[in-house]
Design a protein around this ligand. Structure first.
Ligand SMILES: CC(C)(COP(=O)(O)OP(=O)(O)OC[C@H]1O[C@@H](n2cnc3c(N)ncnc32)[C@H](O)[C@@H]1OP(=O)(O)O)[C@@H](O)C(=O)NCCC(=O)NCCS
Length: 237
């Protein structure tokens, strides 16, 4: 029971694309958020390019999925479209899928910064364990194509109103330079155990993150409602 396999998806998984897309849409509806909409063909392309990770059960059915995207000519890599079938949640599937996607991203694009944006505390926790840290949106790609994915999110107007500076999502980043610098320091200090780039402690900050999300919801969503009300009043007058 609860046995699953996590691997880089290949031709044998192409037929799962429809079911994965459907689950992405259903989950977004259930969460009341939008997602970057993907077509089954987009997922099939990712599978064909060797840029997708799939978790399957003993029957070969889809359990979890995510894919790798690049931005600004490979300067940034995102592991996007993370989804786990509801009946398989809380068994560590997302953690395993993300770890495999991280490994794939680092082997394909060793110099790229690995990034993500999310409102999910589960995803923030997983990312933090992989070495990501929270970052400002200004550190993320400036490429319009990256932000285009946000257009199907219900909170997109927050992102637009704030000139892409803020939204409900938290931006996260892993920079391979951190490891390189730590290694250089360690070599320079000849045998003296150099302190590595100190890993961000998610658990220490989880309460702050929860509070931050709630403040952002209050601030940005209520502000949006007020703006709409004002506009409506002006139209009536
Ligand atoms: C978010 C999601 C991918 C998590 O998948 P999962 O397989 O249940 O996650 P895991 O079991 O690997 O859990 C990873 C960690 O997050 C924690 N976690 C899982 N769900 C959580 C939740 N709803 N709230 C807080 N923490 C959560 C787990 O306890 C675990 O921590 P641990 O290592 O200390 O035990 C899954 O709920 C999902 O598909 N949601 C809908 C789509 C979505 O939100 N995608 C993310 C878009 S950015």
């Amino acid at each position: 029971m609860n046995q699953y396999t996590v691997q880089v998806a290949s031709a044998e998984h192409l037929h799962l694309a429809e079911a994965i897309c459907l689950e992405m849409e259903e989950s977004a509806k259930a969460r009341g958020t939008g997602i970057a909409k993907r077509s089954p063909q987009y997922l099939r392309d990712k599978i064909n390019e060797g840029k997708a990770i799939v978790a399957t059960d003993a029957q070969g059915d889809f359990v979890g999925f995510c894919y790798v995207e690049t931005w600004e000519h490979g300067k940034f890599v995102a592991n996007s479209g993370l989804i786990v079938r509801p009946e398989w949640r809380k068994y560590g599937v997302a953690k395993a899928v993300k770890a495999k996607a991280f490994e794939l991203s680092r082997s394909k694009y060793p110099d790229a910064k690995i990034i993500g944006i999310t409102t999910s505390l589960a995803v923030m926790k997983i990312n933090s364990e992989l070495g990501y840290e929270p970052t400002t949106f200004s550190e993320l790609p400036v490429d319009d194509a990256f932000w285009k994915g946000c257009q199907s999110c219900v909170n997109y107007d927050v992102l637009s109103r704030t000139g892409r500076k803020h939204c409900l999502c938290t931006g996260m980043i892993f920079d391979p330079e951190w490891e390189k610098k730590a290694k250089q320091r360690s070599e320079a200090e000849e045998g003296i155990q150099a302190s590595e780039h100190e890993k961000w402690n998610f658990l220490k900050d989880v309460k702050v993150l929860e509070r931050l999300l709630s403040i952002k919801e209050k601030m940005f969503l209520k502000m949006g409602e007020r703006m709409k009300e004002r506009k409506l009043k002006k139209e009536i007058v």
